[in-house]
Design a protein around this ligand. Structure first.
Ligand code: ATP
Ligand code: MG
Length: 477
């Protein structure tokens, strides 16, 4: 078979010549990355040593985040260049393309990661290599685990086993950005050391990363194979997506880091948590405790001053603790201020009030048994975050509507300062849920309390709507 005439652009040419075990190419839309990756597999298939029958056999996994994307784009690129029925045969039952020309016979298995079963299936295969298409969308564990799967055909014939990956730029700070710009993390280094031990190919670089110029750069690549004005049209058609999007997809730069944006950008440590802290717990005021349950129960101790300001005096955090183990800790913690369980109004995660199995008490029931008064906290995350944000932004008599004793509630304070942050989904887009980490538990506890009581006290439920991460920070992806 004659493969279609293929002349790679300069960066892709270097990518194709790389002998690295993992080689990645990053560039703007339409720069020829996917076709280059297909060619890298063809080249590797031709490099394998013939078996007893004189056939050069190989097997590759072609990986994309979802089957939908695999069918719509990845397969399309492959069949554009290696047409089914001409360059080989597609077997739909096995979702596999068998490439055949000359003495080359190569199995290309299309695998996506829609379900855990898909991932398990992928990581049980014996492969010569793999292509991870749009790798910024793939969990890093897939790469790490693939490294150990490259052992087909047997060691005497396998040549240059490896992983090729291509992508549009991932966000700054992501695993993939770090992999391209920093020494590999220990687990990847260890996996590569094992995989390359006794390599029949001699010394090889472990990882090489190639970055193409931007689509509007003087030396932009693959323009001759794109429709005229491709990038100008893209800029015009996607203006509403904002500068960040164009910066990634047209200009080929790493995207801004949308993760780790603080949930409470309104927070200023010197205002909300000044040192020394001006307030002390006051036995003359109602005592409130916000509670979060689960495997890392947490509590916050708060009071509302006469001028309506909320003050958080302390936090109680735990790791790997059941509610049963937590309750005595809670009582001991409150005893520091000489507070008895019956003197506290607790607001807890409403999830703690249901789901009891037979003969098992709910968290709420256990607390009541020990003399606590417990009320269901606010369930809607929007309202909970909105209530806290509103208090942070309110000024009463020259001070914020919510203040925290950072000495006594360090996790809460660090969380406010940014450690309690939003997470990102696999596409690098911001997720409206804050990241679960050690800071999120005391914050959940605080929200269960303030989400319910601060709202009902003010009677302004409707006026408080939490902004989404996007509206706070502008468009990100
Ligand atoms: N060397 C080449 N010769 C001829 N056509 C090419 C070449 N490289 C790529 N093309 C064509 O250019 C177009 C874009 O290529 P490709 O799909 O590989 O880009 P990409 O970088 O993967 O884009 P995206 O970021 O959108 O996934 C396709 O139509 C492809 O067939
Ligand atoms: Mg592509």
């Amino acid at each position: 078979m004659n493969i279609l005439p293929y002349t790679p652009p300069p960066t892709i040419s270097r990518f194709l010549q790389s002998r690295a075990f993992i080689r990645s190419i990053m560039g703007p839309f339409g720069s020829g990355k996917s076709v280059g990756s297909v060619m890298a597999l063809v080249k590797n298939a031709m490099e394998q040593q013939p078996d007893a029958k004189g056939m050069r056999r190989s097997r590759y996994a072609i990986i994309r985040n979802t089957y939908r994307q695999l069918d719509d784009t990845t397969k399309k690129t492959i069949f554009d260049w290696l047409p089914d029925g001409v360059a080989g045969t597609y077997k739909s039952g096995k979702n596999m393309f068998v490439l055949r020309f000359g003495d080359v016979e190569s199995e290309w298995l299309f695998r996506a990661l829609d379900s855990p079963d898909d991932v398990r299936n992928l990581l049980s295969m014996e492969l010569t290599g793999a292509w991870i298409n749009e790798y910024r969308e793939i969990p890093s564990e897939v790469l790490i685990n693939l490294i150990g799967r490259l052992r087909y055909p047997e060691s005497s014939r396998i040549r240059l086993p490896g992983i090729v990956m291509d992508t549009n730029p991932p966000p700054l700070g992501s695993f993939w950005h770090r992999l391209a710009t920093e020494p590999p993390p220990a687990e990847i280094q260890a996996a590569l050391d094992v995989a390359l031990k006794d390599s029949p190919d001699g010394p090889r670089p472990l990882i090489e990363h190639f970055q193409q110029p931007g689509g509007k750069d003087e030396n932009a690549e693959n323009l001759e194979h794109l429709p005229p004005g491709y990038y100008d049209l893209m800029i015009a058609a996607n203006a509403d997506k904002g500068e960040d999007w164009l910066n990634v997809h047209v200009h080929g730069n790493y995207g801004p880091d949308p993760s780790n944006l603080p949930v409470y950008p309104q927070y200023r440590a010197n205002l909300h948590a000044p040192k020394p802290f001006p307030y002390r717990y006051n036995h003359g005021l109602t005592t409130y405790v916000g509670l979060d349950f689960g495997r890392t129960p947490a509590a916050v101790l708060a009071q509302q001053l006469k001028n309506d300001r909320w003050v958080v005096f302390s936090e109680l955090t735990t790791v790997n603790c059941t509610t049963e183990e937590f309750i005595p800790k809670l009582a001991a913690w409150l005893a520091r201020w000489d507070i008895k369980p019956s003197e506290v109004k607790c607001y807890g995660d409403p999830a703690g009030s249901y789901g009891s199995e037979q003969n098992r008490l709910t968290s709420f029931q256990m607390l009541r048994r020990e003399g606590f008064v417990i009320i269901k906290g606010e369930r809607s995350p929007e309202k909970r975050l909105g209530a806290v944000r509103k208090l942070l932004a309110t000024i009463i008599d020259g001070r914020p509507g919510l203040m925290i004793d950072a000495e006594e509630a360090p996790m809460l304070a660090e969380g406010f300062a940014g450690a309690y942050c939003f997470k990102r989904n696999q596409e690098g887009e911001m997720n409206p849920d804050p990241r679960k980490n050690k800071y999120s538990h005391p914050h959940d506890a605080l929200q269960h309390l303030l989400g319910r009581i601060a709202l009902s006290a003010g009677g302004q439920q409707d006026a408080i709507k939490a902004p989404t991460p996007w509206s706070l920070y502008g468009k990100t992806a």
